[in-house]
Design a protein around this ligand. Structure first.
Ligand code: ATP
Ligand code: MG
Length: 370
């Protein structure tokens, strides 16, 4: 019996709409399996900026720190206060959480549901058997120079001569590479035992070091098959033979781009969940932050149109990775597949012959199946 504490941060745009469905699924799991989940709510993003002047307050941060897991919606949009340069931005909430909790691995499973192959731009015969998980490095690389520009790691636009110039630094330490690569090999050991490490070693020094580390870590996992793949080749291979991948591990920028590409295999960005994990352990797993990969989707907010499946599947990842509730996680994933198999779709994944339902009805049908 699990006795867990979960902090829910619904955030902006469609965040609250999809998070509400995910939370109700967690409540159903609680009832069905006799667990006790203590849930705290916190403000992040625009509302936090309006009410507290920062994208996430210290108090909310503390609440997260005392939880087993964070269920996150989305942040985004332009706060009134941010219109002046240098004002707080909603995205800072997520960066602070990632940075201060040391979330260095971002897990993104991509598993198109057979009943929904038609929603993908690829032919069904190409999708058959596709079941991969990306492990994206989340704490370093090009994106981090921008956040905390430090000497020797510049990220700036310089206006010192006739012509402006700009620089970003792609820096990885051995330790930053090793911890995420180890996580990928460990995940592969519990799956189909194959790691594809993606880099650009023909032109980037950081990728040459990346390869060295991968080869070293691989020696500790003799039962896991592995390969290096250049990122451009990987972009192609994801479309040509997606079923060939099991675990894909890569650095921050490459992972950002490749996972958006891979999301289309499932038909919509609204389908994909993610887990961000670091080093802190909980009683039964890892402390983590769980969120759908989509953003605040301002164009469909308040219309009961958002697909809640990415958020619901994120809740399943929370059950599995932070609470150690494997059986419950699988039950949620199966409930989602059942509802899709019965032909219910939100508008983003709608096709002929299916029944279009709204955000809340989709959530309710998933709970009913559960
Ligand atoms: P943000 O800056 O917060 O990322 P965005 O404008 O980039 O916001 P996204 O959330 O990334 O918006 O969405 C990109 C597109 O995908 C939008 O057209 C949006 O409506 C659609 N979309 C995103 N999430 C969902 C969802 N859960 N269900 C349906 N459509 C979605
Ligand atoms: Mg976006």
């Amino acid at each position: 019996m699990s006795n867990a504490t979960i902090t829910v941060l619904p955030g902006d745009g469609v965040g609250p709409e999809v998070t509400s469905q995910a939370l109700q699924v967690l409540r159903a799991v609680e009832d069905l399996y006799g667990h006790t989940f203590t849930v705290h709510r916190g403000l992040v993003g625009l509302d936090a900026i309006e009410e507290q002047g920062v994208a996430i307050s210290d108090a909310t941060f503390e609440t997260c720190a005392h939880s087993d897991a964070i269920l996150f919606g989305a942040v985004g949009g332009l706060p009134a206060a941010a219109k002046r340069a240098g004002g707080p931005r909603p995205e800072q909430a997520l960066f602070r959480l990632r940075k201060e909790f040391g979330f260095f691995a971002n897990l993104r499973p991509v598993r198109p549901v057979e009943a929904m192959y038609e929603a993908s731009p690829l032919k069904p015969e190409y999708l058959k058997g596709t079941d991969m998980i990306f492990v994206r490095e989340l704490s370093a690389g090009l994106y981090y120079g921008h956040l905390d520009s430090v000497p020797g790691k510049p990220s700036e636009i310089r206006h010192n001569g006739q012509e402006a110039e700009a620089v970003d630094t792609l820096l990885y330490t051995e330790q930053e590479i090793e911890r995420v690569v180890r996580a990928a090999f460990e995940i592969a050991a519990g799956r189909r035992r194959k790691v594809t490490s993606v880099d650009k070693a023909n032109v980037l020094s950081s990728s040459v070091l990346w390869r060295e580390v991968v080869e070293r870590v691989a020696r500790d996992h003799p039962t896991v098959a592995w390969e290096h793949m250049l990122v451009d080749a990987c972009a192609m291979q994801l479309i040509r033979d997606p079923a060939d991948f099991d675990v894909v591990v890569t650095e921050n920028l490459f992972g950002d781009i490749l996972t958006d590409e891979a999301s289309m295999l499932t038909g919509s960005i609204g389908m994909l969940p993610s887990a961000s994990l670091g080093v802190r352990r909980t009683e039964a797993g890892m402390f983590g932050l769980y969120e759908p990969i989509h953003g605040s989707a301002p164009d469909i907010v308040g219309q009961d149109k958002a697909n809640p499946i990415g958020a619901v599947l994120s809740a399943a990842l929370l059950l599995r990775h932070s609470l150690g509730l494997t059986r419950e996680a699988a039950a949620v994933e199966e409930a989602v597949e059942d509802v899709l198999r019965e032909g219910y779709r939100t508008v983003d994944i709608h096709e002929g012959g299916c029944t279009v339902v709204g955000t809340s009805e989709m959530g309710q049908r998933i709970r009913h199946k559960l």
